[in-house]
Design a protein around this ligand. Sequence first.
Ligand SMILES: Cc1ncc(COP(=O)(O)O)c(C=O)c1O
Length: 367
Amino acid sequence: MIYLDHNATTCSDERVVEAMLPYLQGMYGNPSSLYKLGRIARSAIDTAREQISALIDAPAAGIVFTSGGTEANAQAVANARGVGLAISTIEHPSIFENAEYHQQCFRQLQTLSVDVTGSVPLASLHRANWHAGDLASVMLANNETGVIQDVAVIAERLAEQGVNLHTDAVQALGKIPFSFRKLGVKLMSLSSHKIYGPKGCGALVVAEDFVLKPWLRGGDQEHGSRAGTENVAAIVGFGKAAELVMTEMGLREQRMLALRTRLERALRTIPGLVIFAEHAKRLPNTVQFGINGINGEMLLMQLDQRNIAVSSGSACSASSGEISPVLTAMGVEASLARSAIRVSLGKDNNETEVDQFVDILKASIAN
Ligand SMILES: Cc1ncc(COP(=O)(O)O)c(C=O)c1O
């Protein structure tokens, strides 16, 4: 199989699995237990906290482990209870569905539109109806188009108006370097399975000067911010995956960008093909395109029959034929948005796979 859907998930790195295994068997202690077995597990979690904080330049004490990016986003949104919340129109469903569900709990719920390049215009950030302590959520990189927002500048502009910023960095992690401190955000969501770590594990990163409202209650875990016995093996795996990114990111980024350039050069020769947000700053591994007159869902299934795993980019359109809200927000015409295919490359893809994908894509379109 040619796997080109790394923004959906990645295969756990064997070095990650190796690091995790002891914590499923011999070192199975509960990190809250005071005896040695418990202390070993506690120390493994602390090591993972250090590994992740080193990768993103964040305070280790500010890393709150969660069950993944979805939970981290939900917790961030829940923190806006009692204040105003503003979210961009291209956020992941775990932001916008939680925001809609909890709408009554916010002083106000606003949206931040994006322009045709998929970016939040800086001019739209100056609003008379902000109140000090409000929260905004703007993702660092989009899961469909790969568009990267200028989060540092957005955070700065919002801070001038007393507004705190949360950023969903789930897709940016491991693909581009960034510093939590330099971005100036108060909250950040991360997920392990997008960086060759295990599924069901992530983190909400909290700035030193931000008071996080408790989330799950019923225990003191994660400094009281998120109750529940920690998934020690998964956390260890997340930490190991982050450590590997530290040493391999430069090479991975370079390789993926070279492959994407090769892929895009070939895609541009296909009549009627449009690369979304082509000229915007994007993740090095992501390209989403549409082809006039083609049904994206049918094309996806044809590619699957030929052992190629790609996605439309949007969970909605994958299952129900609906149009991607991200592409809609960017003003992409409905018929073109319906033909969307997202290719997201990974660290182990190679030139042959990219060339084979293009050949099979061309043959499928011709059918
Ligand atoms: C941008 C973004 N945020 C959040 C999530 C959710 O992360 P998880 O799968 O860890 O719950 C995803 C997953 O696809 C994502 O792409």
